[in-house]
Design a protein. Structure first.
Length: 379
């Protein structure tokens, strides 16, 4: 009788789960004395990150609050390997402030801790940060530059009248009228099915999940027709966390940024999908919590309440945005028709995708000038 000897089945890869609420340190090349960590808790008690970049040796200019996208972090504005937005703002005499809202990968909430929706970001995180910055800067002007979901949530805060009096807002990728890439909305439905399984988030760092895990099929799907062999790049560039969209134009990233993607973009929680799906179906930013009185401060539909927006807005988008497509151009057209009183402009960056408008090696040349022009006219 021949006995087949079997190797013991490999153990499932252990996932490093962050349980504390301590912020992961920022990665930057500024003088440590210029970087001040300002303690901040949101109105519902969640610990957030707020960083002030001080300008030494000259009077502080207007403040600019930077809002990252979901699963990214303030690190996206501080890349040491490129001329980044904080460098450019400092050179022009602005005082950058960086908020790590609860969807930041410097914080643990996407993987552990209390679940949330974008209502919480619009109601608690952004107004809390704006109030805290104002405490420090007095009556100096305060601008905001916001990317992706940071911008989408800001549009809700503004429509709710929770952040009045901003000197100007630059919104990248998406604002009041989200339109997702076709395959993305379809795959989001499929991803919703994953919610019923053991998967509650989509990791991006292949090294932490291993070759044989429940995530292997996701990485395999992402690798289809991929030109880059790096699994983290595949799941972001080729698949946008498995949705089929694309987050950046590949050749715009330096090799260093490319190799840091797993650090710059954390795991995406699948439990956020029902809210995102509702937003996507409505084609505008809508409130998730209808029955909970705490959220009554937010309008049901931010576009219907856009008349409350009291700041000039610059809508930016790369012409090749593979996630939000022409959402910004659409927003410009819709607001021109429905809210002609608002001061809203649209600028398209030729050849750029989504994240590369901030992470790209040439963003200082191709993108940041548009932001500076807008701020300069209103400072
Ligand atoms: Zn790549």
């Amino acid at each position: 009788m021949i006995r087949r000897t079997r190797r013991p089945a490999p153990r499932p890869a252990l996932r490093a789960v962050r349980t504390g609420t301590a912020l992961r340190p920022l990665h930057h090349r500024l003088s440590p004395s210029a970087v001040e960590d300002v303690p901040l808790r949101a109105g519902d008690g969640v610990r957030l990150g707020l960083t002030r970049i001080r300008t030494a040796g000259r009077p502080a200019g207007p403040a600019v609050l930077l809002l990252h996208g979901h699963t990214a972090s303030s690190d996206m504005f501080l890349l040491p390997e490129t001329r980044n937005l904080v460098d450019v703002l400092l050179d022009e005499g602005y005082e950058p402030w960086l908020l790590d809202w609860r969807g930041s990968c410097r914080l643990p909430y996407n993987e552990t801790g209390r679940r949330y929706t974008y209502d919480d970001v619009a109601l608690y995180d952004i107004p809390g940060a704006v109030a805290r910055v104002r405490q420090e800067i007095g009556d100096r002007p305060l601008f905001a530059v916001a990317h992706c979901i940071g911008s989408l949530a800001l549009s809700m805060s503004m429509a709710a009248g929770l952040v009045p009096g901003l000197a100007g807002v630059v919104s990248q990728g998406v604002f009041l009228t989200p339109r997702l890439a076709g395959r993305t909305s379809l795959r989001m439905t499929l991803a919703g099915e994953l919610l019923k399984s053991r998967i509650d988030h989509i990791p991006v760092d292949f090294r932490t999940v291993g070759f044989r895990s429940k995530y292997t099929p996701l990485f395999a799907l992402a690798s289809r027709r991929a030109e880059c062999p790096d699994p983290t790049c595949q799941i972001l560039h080729n698949s946008a966390w498995g949705t089929g969209a694309s987050l950046f134009v590949h050749e715009h990233l330096t090799r260093t940024t490319h190799d840091r993607l797993a650090e710059l973009l954390g795991p995406a929680p699948l439990w956020i999908l029902p809210h995102l799906r509702r937003i996507e179906l409505a084609r505008t930013v809508v409130r998730w919590n209808d029955g909970d009185l705490r959220y009554r401060a937010l309008p049901r539909n931010a576009l219907d309440a856009a008349g409350a927006i009291d700041a000039p807005v610059l809508l930016l988008s790369g012409s090749e945005n593979g996630l939000w497509l022409d959402s910004q151009e659409l927003c410009h057209r819709v607001l021109a028709r429905r809210q002609p009183r608002l001061d809203v402009a649209y600028t398209e960056i030729p050849g750029y995708g989504h994240l590369d408008t901030f992470l790209g090696r040439g963003a200082a040349l191709d993108v940041f000038g548009h932001i500076l022009d807008f701020l300069e006219k209103r400072r």
